[in-house]
Design a protein around this ligand. Structure first.
Ligand SMILES: [Zn+2]
Ligand SMILES: [Zn+2]
Length: 144
């Protein structure tokens, strides 16, 4: 199953972007990553894993385009750290983020999802992207 490539390719055709080998390798690596990741850490990992140089600009551009294509989501912490993760073949989930240590806890409650869906339906709204974040202090940070 490679359909994230297809979805991305369709998007690139629309914006007249090229799907280069390097982009493809970056995309493969992103969809292998199940956790939330920061671009710089991802860059180090992809260079190490593939044993070749990846241009920082290409990595940033690819991630931006994947985000615009709706294939990955973005989570911003209050101190300005930006995490990404892919949505493909995964359940939509929300996030609880610690303002102190930056730890991210996923919320995979179906009940939230169903209620949002039901409400969208009720008001005749067609949802495309959802981003729900709860910010605060995790248990460990409260004990400090
Ligand atoms: Zn914390
Ligand atoms: Zn997540």
């Amino acid at each position: 199953m490679n359909s994230y490539h297809d979805t991305f390719k369709t998007y690139l055709v629309k914006i007249e972007g090229r799907y280069t080998d390097q982009k493809r390798a970056i995309v493969d690596e992103i969809f292998k990553t199940t956790k939330h990741f920061e671009v710089e850490a991802f860059l180090d990992r992809v260079r190490l894993r593939k044993g070749r140089e990846f241009s920082r600009a290409t990595v940033y551009r690819t991630i931006k385009q994947l985000f615009e294509a709706g294939l990955i989501q973005r989570i911003t912490t209050p101190e300005g750290r930006v995490f990404y993760e892919h949505n493909f073949g995964k359940k939509q989930h929300d996030h609880i983020i610690c303002n102190v240590c930056g730890k991210i806890f996923p919320i995979e409650e179906d009940i939230i999802h169903k209620q949002i869906e039901a409400y969208c339906k009720q008001i005749g709204f067609s949802p495309e992207y959802r981003s729900l974040h709860v910010y605060g202090k995790c248990k460990k940070c409260q004990e400090k």
